[in-house]
Design a protein around this ligand. Structure first.
Ligand SMILES: Nc1nc2c(ncn2[C@@H]2O[C@H](COP(=O)(O)OP(=O)(O)OP(=O)(O)O)[C@@H](O)[C@H]2O)c(=O)[nH]1
Ligand SMILES: [Mg+2]
Length: 311
């Protein structure tokens, strides 16, 4: 009491702590090699589908662009990103402050045109406190019912009579992992409504047997001076640790499923430390998704074998 701070406000990063997670900062070449050699073990799907969700302006589209940039070794921009400052008032009336309006699949090109990594990202409209994407639309996207270019309507979810409704989704259309993209300062502006939406989505993903992970973006913002000065301080920062713990406590992600990073949103050149944080999050995303797909295949094969044995 008496210091004038809101209870949700995180402290300014006063005392660095001992680094509590290891990042091999000099190991980018190896990380990239591992990514290039990543293959799907299961023969049943063509690619892993990574569905991104999270508050509007949290950096979903920027994350996709950053993965693409790392894979191309140059700054690229397949997904449209908005400068959060100047949202068109007309657009804000329709969709709040969210910039991405449609369901888009982004492939990531390998060295040669026509060759792609065995994973895709799905970018969607952002969550907003009172408007933004309907949660039911995200659930439909998880199940593979949403077709490419569907324009989200914050007032009502996709109807099964729409041309954009995929009535018979295959295992390729379904999401294989749900990635929550959350800006580090969500805890400063914490609103229970947003956390409630994220919890509902986590539970829906759990019920569909889709693993979930969170990435904490914008760790370079001025609220975190230690990390702004040097990204390598990320796991020595009290501010980042507390932000991760609050996200974990409020939405339920285990700490080892939360990855702090910054995206390429202002740079014109690549930086190894930016790449390393993104690559370590991506490695976890791919392994979690791939492991779950493999486990599902084994279960399905066993079930088929049981049925055959009984007949
Ligand atoms: N400081 C900082 N800014 C970022 C970072 N990532 C994204 N931004 C900025 O945040 C704003 C929103 O980024 P987007 O990638 O469009 O966010 P989004 O989640 O796709 O937003 P919607 O499509 O509106 O839901 C842009 O101005 C970005 O430049 C980051 O890691 N650090
Ligand atoms: Mg976007």
């Amino acid at each position: 009491m008496g210091n004038g701070r809101s209870t949700n406000k995180l402290p300014d990063d006063p005392m660095p702590i001992e680094s509590w997670r290891t990042v091999d900062w000099g190991n980018k070449k190896d990380e990239l090699e591992k990514l290039k050699s990543f293959r799907l073990e299961s023969g049943t799907i063509k690619q892993l589908r990574i569905l991104l969700c999270g508050p509007s302006g949290s950096g979903k589209s920027s994350f996709i662009n950053s993965v693409d940039a790392i894979c191309q070794n140059r700054i690229t921009g397949p997904a449209d990103v908005n400068n959060g400052e100047g949202t068109d008032p007309e657009l804000a009336l329709i969709a709040g402050n969210t910039f991405t309006l449609s369901y888009k699949t982004h492939q990531i090109q390998k060295e040669k045109p026509g060759q792609h990594y065995p994973f895709v990202f799905n970018d969607i409209m952002g969550l907003e406190r009172n408007t933004g994407i309907c949660l039911d639309d995200i659930k439909l996207a998880m199940k593979g019912h949403v077709k490419e270019d569907y324009k989200f309507n914050p007032k009502s979810a996709l109807d099964d009579s729409s041309d954009f409704y995929n009535k018979n989704p295959t295992s390729n259309d379904k999401a294989h992992i749900l990635v929550f993209v959350v800006a580090v300062n969500i805890n400063d502006v914490a609103n229970q409504e947003m956390f409630k939406k994220m919890i509902e989505l986590r539970l829906a993903a759990r019920d569909l047997d889709i693993p979930q992970i969170a990435i904490l973006t914008k760790i370079d913002e001025k609220s975190c001076p230690l990390v702004k000065k040097d990204l390598k301080n990320v796991y020595s920062s009290t501010y980042i640790k507390k932000a991760m713990e609050k996200l974990s406590n409020n939405v339920g992600f285990p700490l080892n499923c939360i990855f702090p990073l910054k995206t390429y949103h202002e740079e014109i050149d690549m930086k190894d430390e930016v790449d390393m944080l993104i690559l370590s999050a991506l490695r976890k995303i791919l392994h979690l998704a791939n492991d779950r797909v493999n486990a599902t295949c084994v279960t399905a094969t066993n079930q088929r074998a049981n049925i055959l044995n009984k007949t």
